[in-house]
Design a protein around this ligand. Structure first.
Ligand SMILES: NC(=O)c1ccc[n+]([C@@H]2O[C@H](COP(=O)([O-])OP(=O)(O)OC[C@H]3O[C@@H](n4cnc5c(N)ncnc54)[C@H](OP(=O)(O)O)[C@@H]3O)[C@@H](O)[C@H]2O)c1
Length: 305
């Protein structure tokens, strides 16, 4: 099968190449998915799981991309809950070959049914951004109606989902990002926007919850904005600073079928929009992941037309 592979961590997305790889087999409790569309999070090429298996053994050349939408083409021994021919979408195991390929072997529990009226391209754009936003807000952040939530990178893949979900939950959302992202963040439901290039972050004032996708100095300064009893949730690695009288949580997104169903239902009924940018074929994927200008929205690889 055709697949995108990586062999050299230092090369980043520039080191991606199109290659011929053996079609994977469905192990016990797996399904083999005929991939129709695939998503990729740039950060994953810096994570150890791209380069080694769970025991730390080299597993290159590895296939990146860990979200997909497609059709189940085979079941592994003992696999339950999904059937051959079923449309599915979901988040695959970080330590296994991923979804920038014509086929992917995935544990069935990591997938959810993809309703027939949701396009594969949309399905592949949802798992990481949707699950990360959901888990950050509701599982780790415990967001409540009436609270104030500061969402960094509110025009990005995760931030736009977090903005919409927090707003739907009844929170007052303040988005941040680059100056050019103001309109997009407000369009996704932020009530206010702090431009991190020109505004002073501290002027935002105290908030109940910070959802940080940027980290570094932005994350550290955000800890000081968390109100007593509030929470700093970050997906950008362990926080360098903690709220004086609140919690700081960093986490890695996990697959969850029930949450995927909640997310896709919101897409179907119009409560949630996904920020898709470039859509490219597998043959053009390397170029799509190495844009010459600033990429807006999530790049989705349409593996089958
Ligand atoms: N822990 C987890 O489970 C998990 C899950 C998903 C993602 N992640 C990580 O979270 C990060 C965000 O992911 P994503 O998919 O949402 O990325 P994304 O679509 O690129 O969104 C990030 C947004 O933040 C903006 N931004 C970044 N640095 C900024 C700065 N210094 N000032 C102002 N705006 C800034 C970006 O603008 P530009 O595009 O102009 O930079 C973009 O709009 C990535 O590092 C990813 O690896 C972690």
């Amino acid at each position: 099968m055709k697949a995108i592979v990586v062999t050299d961590e230092a090369a980043g997305t520039a080191g991606m190449r199109l290659a011929e790889r053996p079609r994977p087999e469905a192990a016990g409790n797996d399904v083999l998915v005929e991939v129709h569309a695939s998503g990729f999070t740039p950060g994953e090429l810096t994570w150890p799981s791209t380069w080694t298996d769970r025991l730390g053994r080299d597993r290159t050349p590895s296939i990146p991309g860990h979200e997909l939408a497609g059709v189940v083409s085979a079941l592994g021994y003992g696999t339950r809950g999904l059937s051959v021919g079923q449309r599915v979408f979901g988040l695959t195991d970080w330590t296994r070959d991923g979804t920038l390929a014509e086929y992917a072997a995935v544990e069935a529990r990591n997938l959810a049914p993809l309703p027939g009226d949701v396009d594969f391209t949309v399905g592949a754009s949802l798992p990481i951004s949707g699950l990360t936003a959901w888990q950050g807000l509701f599982e780790h952040g415990g967001v409540q109606a009436g609270q104030s939530v500061l969402v960094h990178g509110a025009a990005g893949a995760v931030g736009s989902m977090a903005t919409q979900l927090a707003r739907e939950a009844g929170a007052y959302v303040i988005g941040t990002g680059r100056a050019a992202d103001r309109g997009t963040a407000l369009d996704f439901g932020a009530r206010e926007f702090a431009d991190l290039e020109n505004d002073t972050l501290e002027d935002v004032g105290a908030v109940d919850l910070v959802f940080d996708v940027i980290g570094g100095d932005v994350g550290n300064r955000s800890a000081g904005l968390v109100r007593a009893g509030g929470t700093l949730v970050t997906i950008a690695g362990p926080p360098g600073a903690r709220p004086a009288d609140g919690r700081a949580i960093d986490f890695v997104v996990e697959a969850d079928r029930g949450q995927l169903k909640e997310i896709v239902q919101r897409v179907r009924d119009g409560r949630l929009r996904t920020a898709i940018g470039t859509v490219a074929t597998l043959d053009d994927a390397v170029a799509a992941f190495n844009p010459t200008g600033r990429a807006k929205g999530k790049t989705v690889i349409r593996v089958r037309p």
